[in-house]
Design a protein around this ligand. Structure first.
Ligand SMILES: NC(=O)c1ccc[n+]([C@@H]2O[C@H](COP(=O)([O-])OP(=O)(O)OC[C@H]3O[C@@H](n4cnc5c(N)ncnc54)[C@H](O)[C@@H]3O)[C@@H](O)[C@H]2O)c1
Ligand SMILES: N[C@H](CO)Cc1c[nH]c[nH+]1
Ligand SMILES: [Zn+2]
Length: 433
């Protein structure tokens, strides 16, 4: 029995399958919300003391003994725990990520009206401080440290703080080295909702930040949602997704491996192939079986495919694009002969990988664009994490006496409509005194 059977656009289960894929991980758990609320209040009231208690309970670590901050010495020691080749790969990835994000920077602008001399403009300024949550344990991704920290650094954020749980005292050396390469020097060994609380409210040791970014488990995601408003947060990225549109020229084995590349992340991950070629669909289903058999994380990948995988056959590539737009995937591969032609039919996707040679994994690690992307259909309105996420804008307005005179009557009429007399007089008094 193949892990995925082949669906056609007209099958009765088609719509149900799409809704099921889009519904992943959207449930909000009331019990978790209660736990998180309690932790956040506790951190707000008791600061470091609460961090010490929760870290002892959840991470089996005595912060009284280790200290809360991971200091320069520890970070330096981590450098010798990874190989030179690993270090170089991280540096190369960081350089590509930095150069891509440099191109996202915007310039402040001011424009003067040549007649009345008024000036209007917009000024961009980096946030003062940002907190990056890095999930704990061996599954922590150094690549995600680069992807979260580098755009903040490129934006000019002065204080970038990282929090990372170190369960049983284990410090992931590659994560520390990635943080060092990305210019993060303030690191605390706390995780979960208590780390989010510390970043939002501050404690005796950790000064509060303006924005919290980075992935984490349900406790972390719920805490981020709850502190939103007090601080800004990034989008809450859900489990990974890949959707591949492939034509008859695509290699079924490539397609199968690319599907597995996201399925291996998480049991809630989703991997979908849409093709106009029945033969490719059959061969990919077979290749998936072969590749699953040799995949170390096959149990996770199999569950993900069984729950949220699909192979769909459609009459043509434009129909494939229509179904893809309905799903608005995090990652979209256009594994077709002319991806630039098909691109015009694509409306929604976090990142688009074009051509037979562009596997999604280059985007996860090395190409340069960010791998923190909208999931769960939110690519309809969200964008990848980018430099704009770490800056804010101020509007600039300068009026001359002539400019004020020109608008005075309109302001009087508009302010009278709203019954706001002082607003009106603030202009008319200046013009007519
Ligand atoms: N999208 C990405 O790029 C990306 C990258 C890495 C990891 N992830 C996701 O991050 C998550 C990592 O999860 P994780 O658990 O390994 O690490 P985590 O750091 O997110 O969470 C660990 C913390 O959860 C808290 N916690 C655990 N059990 C708790 C309980 N019963 N009550 C209250 N708090 C509790 C503890 O404080 C612990 O320190 C996964 O969901 C993974 O899919 C996503
Ligand atoms: N594909 C993940 C985000 O969807 C990011 C990642 C990190 N490491 C490997 N992949
Ligand atoms: Zn990935």
């Amino acid at each position: 029995m193949p892990v995925l059977s082949i669906l056609s656009r007209n099958d009765a289960q088609f719509d149900a399958k799409i809704s099921h894929i889009l519904s992943r991980g959207q449930s909000q758990d009331q019990a978790v919300e209660e736990v998180v609320r309690t932790i956040l209040e506790d951190v707000q009231q008791h600061g470091d003391e609460a961090l010490i208690r929760y870290t002892s309970r959840f991470d089996n670590l005595d912060l009284n003994a280790t200290g809360l901050a991971l200091n320069g010495g520890t970070i330096e020691a981590c450098r010798s725990e990874i190989s030179t080749r690993q270090y170089q790969a991280l540096e190369r990835a960081a350089a590509n990520i930095r150069s891509f994000h440099e191109r996202q920077k915007r310039n402040s602008w001011m424009e003067q009206d040549p007649v009345n001399g008024n000036i209007l403009g917009q000024r961009y300024r980096p946030l003062d401080s940002v907190g990056i949550y890095v999930p704990g344990g061996k599954a922590a991704y150094p690549s995600s440290v680069l992807m979260n920290a580098i755009p903040a650094q490129v934006a000019g954020v002065e204080r970038i703080v990282m929090v990372v749980p170190t369960p049983d005292g284990y410090v992931n050396p590659a994560v520390m080295v990635a943080a060092h390469i990305a210019g993060v020097s303030e690191i605390y060994r706390v995780g979960g909702a208590q780390a989010v609380g510390a970043l939002a409210y501050g404690t005796q040791t950790i000064a509060p930040v303006d924005k919290i970014v980075g992935p984490g488990n349900i406790y972390v995601a719920t805490a981020k949602r709850m502190v939103f408003g007090r601080v800004d947060i990034d989008m809450i990225a859900g489990p990974s997704e890949i959707l591949i549109i492939a034509d008859r020229g695509a290699d079924p084995r490539h397609i199968a491996i690319d599907m597995l590349s996201q399925a291996e992340h998480d049991e809630l991950a989703s991997a979908v192939l849409i093709t106009d070629c029945e033969e490719l669909a059959q061969k990919t289903a077979k290749a998936l079986e072969d590749e699953l058999a040799i995949l170390p994380r096959r149990d996770i990948a199999r569950k993900s495919l069984e729950s949220y995988g699909a192979i769909i056959v459609v009459p043509d590539l434009l129909e494939a694009a229509r179904v893809s737009n309905q799903i608005a995937p995090e990652h979209l591969e256009l594994s077709v002969a002319d991806p630039f032609w098909l691109l015009h039919a694509i409306k929604h996707a976090g990142a688009i990988f074009m051509g037979y040679h562009t596997s999604e994994a280059v985007g996860d690690y090395i190409a340069g664009p960010n791998h923190v992307l909208p999931t769960g259909g939110t690519a309809r309105f969200f964008s990848p994490l980018n430099v704009d996420d770490f800056v804010k804008k101020s509007s600039l307005v300068y009026y001359t006496p002539m400019g004020l005179e020109e608008v005075a009557r309109d302001v009087e009429i508009l302010t009278a409509m709203e019954g706001l007399d002082a607003h009106g007089r603030s202009v008319s008094y200046r013009v007519r005194k």
